[in-house]
Design a protein around this ligand. Structure first.
Ligand code: PMP
Length: 425
């Protein structure tokens, strides 16, 4: 088979009927494979089992805080030190949260709407409207926060080294209602892109019409390398300080995909001024996050060097899965010229682009064949991919055997959707 676009209508029809037979054979197998969310596999979770058996004798802390009791609104000093090392910031620039960084992001946006941020004249919700820039493809749950909180989303194209900065600079310079931007700066979800130094600097420096513009820097995959040559991300908080905008960024991270998602520890980092401002509101919101879990994590993860070792073990488990996906895509699709995909050096996803107008159909066919993928469009604001071409592949959870089947099915579905589209033209 060669480039599908060079085939005649008749040849395409012949090919389609052959694929239909393959598709029926797949359906007859009654598969049930779920590749919709980026979850660690049971083998990855097993790597952190020691977290659950830390002896109660070791549950003592610096500053003689009894972790079994109330206290420590912004987290234990040791947890702050750990995240400060991960995020390359000062301990005084960290707040520890509960079990989910997404929750911290939601709360941060909500507080801004209700009370404004440090440099706001009025709460964001009192403005005529509020807009966020959304580099896309991106993380559906960021977009869901905006949708729920009535924040208008503006799609920004993701380029090879981060979001389209020319477009961003042009927009924020003119529009006072643009209050924020969502960024996944390292091994982005789903493209696997790491922002270049230039992009980091431009985000830190750019002139914004809104005096209270904030960058939501979701560094969820900062230690999630898949190769021996980790991508380097420039320090955004430092870049903001250097640019004279020290309060511009809120950084988020968690141990979700380091230890146990849903039972990990989250953190945010920002300038001391921002941290102080936030803590004054946080003290009303909560008595404080789970210190016992923080301490368990501190004992288990120890320091950045130890985390890097732990993440190497994770990579040993998941790298073969990423390789399996790209090898099958390569052998099944590359000569047909109907799709392209990322080859990430870290993170949790492979981002695949079909021909325009084929993603929805592909995902629908895959579902019919028993393979659940992330909804087409989910990686764009309002669930609407303007070119209907992006599909997020989450290879970590299924076993290698399941994954092989799922990707082979996906390839059949992409071919069918592409032929349908070509026959329409
Ligand atoms: N940010 C990104 C970019 C993610 O991909 C995820 C997990 N899918 C999260 C945040 C969620 O993190 P947490 O479990 O800390 O809420």
């Amino acid at each position: 088979m060669s480039d599908l676009r060079s085939l005649s209508k008749e040849e395409l029809i012949v090919l389609y009927s052959k694929l239909e037979k393959d598709f029926q054979r797949i359906k007859d197998k009654n598969l049930s494979l779920d590749m919709s969310r980026g979850k660690p596999s049971p083998e990855q979770l097993d790597l952190s089992l020691d977290l659950l058996t830390i002896s109660s004798d070791s549950l003592h802390v610096l500053e003689e805080i009894d972790v079994r009791n109330y206290g420590s609104l912004d987290g234990l000093l040791e947890t702050k030190q750990l995240f400060a090392e991960i995020l390359q910031v000062n301990t005084s620039e960290v707040i520890i949260g509960g079990n989910s960084s997404l929750n911290m992001m939601y709360d941060t946006v909500s507080r801004a709407l209700l009370h404004g941020v440090i440099d706001s004249n009025i709460p964001w919700a009192k403005e005529e409207k509020v807009k966020f820039l959304c580099p896309s493809p991106g993380y559906d749950r960021h977009f869901a926060i905006c949708e729920l909180l009535n924040i208008e989303m503006i799609t920004i194209e993701m380029l090879d080294d981060g979001p389209d900065m020319d477009k961003i600079e042009e927009l924020v310079k003119e529009d006072k209602y643009i209050k924020g931007i969502w960024c996944i700066p390292k091994y982005s979800n789903p493209d696997g892109t790491t922002y270049s130094d230039e992009v980091v600097d431009r985000l830190a420096k750019m002139k914004t019409k809104a005096p209270d513009f904030k960058v939501f820097w979701d560094d969820a995959y900062t230690v999630h390398h898949l190769t021996d040559k980790p991508s380097q991300l420039k320090n955004m908080l430092q870049a903001c300080k250097d640019a004279g905008n020290p309060n511009r960024v809120f950084i988020f991270a968690s141990t979700s995909k380091i230890t146990f998602p849903g039972s990990g520890v989250s953190a945010m980092a920002s300038s001391e001024e921002n941290i102080h401002f936030i803590k004054k509101q946080l003290v009303i919101q909560t008595i404080g996050p789970d210190k016992i879990n923080q301490l368990r994590h501190v004992h288990f993860l120890k320091d950045l060097e130890n985390i890097e070792q732990h993440m190497k073990k994770q990579a040993e488990i998941i790298k073969p899965k990423f390789d399996m996906v790209t090898t099958i895509l390569e052998s099944q699709l590359s000569h047909l010229n109907i799709a392209s995909w990322s080859n990430p050096k870290g993170g949790y996803f492979i981002s695949l682009n079909t021909l325009d107008d084929c993603a929805k159909e592909t995902v629908k066919l895959a579902a019919e064949a028993g393979v659940t993928l992330t909804n087409a469009g989910a990686t764009f604001p309002y669930g609407k991919d303007p070119r209907d071409r992006n599909i997020r592949i989450a290879p970590t959870f299924p076993s290698l055997t399941e994954l092989k089947t799922a990707i082979e099915v996906l390839c059949v579905c992409i071919k069918m959707a592409s032929i349908k589209k070509l026959l329409k033209n």
